[in-house]
Design a protein around this ligand. Structure first.
Ligand code: ATP
Ligand code: TYR
Length: 358
């Protein structure tokens, strides 16, 4: 694969790369790059996660050695799953299983558990060195990477250590590329800023856009990072999320109830699903089916075409919702089927949804 094709795969559908120039220069050397994404195993896989899972797969196709960090200890710090490490680990296994069903090459994927990092004194040396080079104010501000506000450090000091751990994960693995949603930006910027002082590589941040939750909402009037975590689709807010195990009827019901004002793009989760999930793959289309008296069926070949028609009032919200639900169900069908044959995960996930701890 030539350099241009590798770069196209690496950068398509991203919100930002920090920095693109560094990425271009690394890719052009032809050396094998090492990348990662970390996640807290604390709930079911939702549509938003599909955005980074596909990017992970793009990175693999572009020849990057990808690692996935199951952030077990981070989940514990963040009060997930009632602090039950056995459950946290099982959810980790489930998530890797789902990744294998959504296009990630799990054979070449290196799966790591934070549990193994914390056994090593060198890891804690890194954590303390990152802390020594970071002001208290900055560490607090970085707490949005765990979906928390800076003030929450006042309640429980363990939470202040989390950003230093996430930065140390990057150094410990000696990574070139760090993948995550745009809400993870502060961790990657902090890693870049302290890298020189600690003699470590300056990691390149690859940030995917965040899918808005079904409740919708725009970022206006809120401090940027807080706004992102309030409006994004999130596993801790099951009512805002479409999960990969949801039945076709549940998907239809959730989409029917979703926020989708006529003609409005900003904060509209149904258009977000079209933009990032349905049209996130090359060559995808959406067919809106309607009786002839309402204009008949119409097929969209690109997200831009669909958005224009919606803004111009040529597509009714209910018709858009029905078409979106049909397409989402097609995308989820293979995953749903696979999970229904893995009864240990199926039961676990249903149990988690009804007992979310945050
Ligand atoms: N709605 C979303 N769209 C795209 N990416 C997301 C979304 N939500 C989370 N991510 C990304 O998924 C990774 C794991 O995030 P995280 O564990 O915080 O997910 P979450 O669903 O928001 O969970 P929680 O509700 O527990 O915070 C991060 O890189 C994050 O940026
Ligand atoms: N902070 C990430 C999880 C994470 C933890 C450790 C990492 O090294 C990377 C990512 C989240 O909330 O989703």
């Amino acid at each position: 694969m030539d350099v241009n094709e590798r770069l196209r795969l690496l950068t398509r559908n991203l919100e930002e790369v920090v920095t693109l120039e560094e990425l271009k220069s690394k890719v052009s050397t032809g050396e094998k790059l090492k990348g990662y994404i970390g996640f807290e195993p604390s709930g079911p896989f939702h549509l938003g996660w599909l955005i980074w899972a596909r990017k992970l797969s793009d990175m693999q196709k572009a020849g990057v050695q990808m690692n996935v960090l199951i952030a077990t200890w981070h989940a514990w710090i963040n009060d997930k799953m009632g602090g039950d490490m056995d459950k946290i680990k099982l959810v980790g296994k489930y998530t890797i299983e789902v990744l294998g069903q959504v296009g990630v090459d799990t054979a070449s994927l290196k799966v790591l558990d934070a549990e193994n990092f914390v056994e090593d004194k060198e890891y804690w040396k890194l954590v303390l060195n990152v802390a020594k080079n970071t002001s208290l104010a900055r560490m607090k501000r970085a707490m949005t990477i765990m979906g928390r506000k800076a003030e929450e450090a006042e309640l429980d000091t363990s939470k202040l250590i989390y950003p230093a751990m996430q930065v140390s994960d990057i150094f410990y693995m000696d990574l070139d590329l760090a993948l995550g949603g745009i809400d993870q930006r502060k961790a990657h910027m902090l890693a870049r800023d302290v890298a020189d002082k600690l003699g470590k590589k300056k990691v390149i941040g690859m940030h995917v856009p965040l899918l808005v939750g079904l409740q919708g909402g725009s970022r206006m009037n809120l401090e940027e990072d807080e706004a992102l975590s309030t409006v994004k689709m999130s596993k801790s807010k099951p009512e805002t999320a479409i999960f990969v195990h949801d039945s076709p009827e549940e998907v239809e019901r959730k989409i029917k109830m979703a926020y989708c004002p006529a003609g409005q793009v900003d904060g509209n989760p149904i258009l977000g699903i079209n933009r990032y999930i349905i049209f996130g793959e090359d060559g995808e289309t959406l067919t809106v089916e309607r009786p002839a008296k309402y204009g008949g069926d119409v097929k969209f070949e690109s997200y831009e075409e669909l958005e224009r028609a919606y803004v111009d009032g040529k597509v009714h919200p209910l018709d858009l919702k029905a078409a979106t639900a049909r397409k989402v169900n097609q995308i989820l069908e293979p995953v749903r089927k696979h999970l229904s044959n893995r009864s240990e995960f199926d039961a676990l996930i249903r149990n988690i949804v009804s007992n979310v701890t945050r």
